[in-house]
Ligand binder design. Structure first.
Ligand code: SAM
Length: 459
């Protein structure tokens, strides 16, 4: 059953085949994942790829992500297929080659942030923000597992970004919305009301107004929702375009004819309707900020760098391409920040930063502790530590933070791998291995690893 007011509106709405849409949303939503090609390049066996993403794949059956060590090592992320269109949009925006600054404003749990982190690579920095504290922690966990080291995670209200004037080249606003595109989940349907949908549209306006000053002249704001509601989609974008004199951009998507192009009073949006595309409901539209005169952007000073210190030498032993400008020590913890230290402190004046990049190790006079963030990071040099391959059941034990015993490995720090990919780190003390998997991330499911678990099969 769909809410009657939703049904009434959807039948009147341009572009939509209401019957087809509602039938499609009575079926379970398609399952899809996106690979982290920097860690894992094997596609799932016999599965279709998502047409608009080079790393996206549908899965016929929903696997047990929680019981899959490769999920915990950041080899892939379960992400709804329609939303992977930001890849095509980002590529067509032809970002410059270096120093790009991207804000993902409403980022938890991290589907689009991990995607942007991959698309951005070494060309810049992603600021991945989430306003709700508990959700921001999950975001930080997923960004850590992804391991690219080019993202920082913040926990702020959109209004905190207003003062970062003209700082970002791109801003993604994946706005909280009425969620109509996810009505295949009955819980989302039950929460819907016309009043909530209209409150949602108001909230989106507030979010967009707050963050707009942080976008550079000529920069682009990518706006998305997972609703069909015009008030939250094209009407909001039209409102912002008029208020700011910005241009609504069009994209070349002929290969994906089933994506609906929405034209609305000078605005172009792209809509994904279940039944027509293999994915959930989604909307995306991009505005380009006009150039104006006399705008004062955000500035920070890049200082000359000091000579090598002990912690820098230690770091260079552990991470490849060690960028000294980004190295930072606070008390006994050493970080490889995603951006130069001065820029980090510039952001810290306005933002609550939960994760500034990669946390490498703790170092006191007589002790040295490498951290989990380092173990999962692609910055880690292969030869920095001894490593030991675990089988499936040992891997699950490790992820549960149980004690494991390793044979024929030195009494030292050991990187634990599963199918060749780093899962974490432990310290072998002979009789057992001390497990350093983060307590708050451990698998809590009571399912036994020996039971028939449905895992993805890889090519
Ligand atoms: N981008 C995420 C992803 O791809 O995994 C999904 C984001 S979800 C659609 C919207 C996010 O906005 C939620 O994490 C929610 O907590 C956050 N949010 C809720 N109220 C907000 C507000 N007033 N301002 C900014 N973000 C808000």
């Amino acid at each position: 059953m769909y809410p009657p007011e939703f049904v009434k509106r959807i039948f009147k709405q341009e572009y939509i085949d209401a019957d087809g849409l509602m039938q499609a949303m009575n079926l379970p939503a398609p399952v899809s994942i996106r690979l982290n090609r920097n860690k894992w390049n094997r596609p799932p066996a016999g599965e279709d790829s998502v047409p608009w993403s080079e790393s996206g794949y549908y899965l016929e059956k929903r696997p047990s992500f929680t019981m899959d060590p490769l999920f915990h090592s950041g080899c892939y992320y379960p992400q709804e297929a329609s939303s992977m269109i930001i890849e095509e949009v980002y590529k067509q925006l032809k970002p410059k080659n270096e120093g790009i600054r991207i804000l993902d404003l409403c980022a938890a749990p991290g589907g689009k942030s991990t995607h942007l982190s991959s698309l951005l690579g070494k060309h810049g920095v992603l600021i991945s923000n989430e306003v709700i504290r508990s959700r921001a922690s999950v975001l930080a966990e997923n960004v850590t597992k992804w391991g690219l080291g080019n993202a920082i995670v913040t926990n702020n209200d959109p209004s905190s970004f207003t003062e970062l004037k003209e700082y970002f080249d791109f801003i993604l606003v994946d706005a909280p919305c009425s969620g109509e595109g996810m009505f295949s989940d009955p819980a989302v349907r039950n929460e819907w009301s016309a009043d909530n949908a209209s409150l949602s549209a108001q909230r989106q306006k507030r979010i967009l107004s707050d963050v707009w000053p942080a976008l550079k002249e000529g920069g682009c704001l990518i706006y998305c929702t997972c609703t069909f509601n015009p008030a939250e989609n094209e009407e909001n974008i039209k409102w912002l375009a008029e208020k700011t004199g910005s241009e609504s951009l069009t994209f070349d998507l002929p290969a994906y004819a089933d994506i609906q192009v929405i034209k609305h009073e000078g605005i172009t949006g792209y809509a994904f309707y279940p039944g027509r595309i293999r994915g959930e409901g989604f909307f995306c539209s991009v505005l380009k900020k006009p150039h104006r005169d006399n705008v004062q952007g955000s500035h920070f000073v890049n200082k000359i760098y000091n000579p090598l210190t002990t912690f820098e030498i230690k770091t260079a032993e552990m991470i490849a391409d060690c960028n000294k400008e980004n190295l930072f020590r606070s008390d006994d913890t050493v970080y490889s920040l995603a951006l130069p230290v001065e820029e980090y402190f510039f952001l810290k004046k306005s933002l609550r930063i939960l994760k500034g990049g990669t946390t490498l190790f703790k170092s006191r006079k007589d002790s040295f502790t490498p951290l989990h963030d380092l173990a999962l990071s692609l910055l880690l040099r292969k030869d920095a530590f001894y490593s030991s391959e675990l089988d499936y059941s040992q891997s699950v034990k490790f992820l549960r933070r149980d004690t494991i015993v390793l044979k024929s490995v030195p009494e030292d720090w050991i990187i634990l791998t599963y199918m060749g990919i780093n899962l974490g780190i432990g310290k072998n003390i002979g009789s057992r291995m001390n497990n350093y998997y983060p307590v708050e991330w451990r698998i809590r499911m009571s399912e036994s690893p020996s039971k028939d678990i449905n895992l993805i099969e890889w090519v």
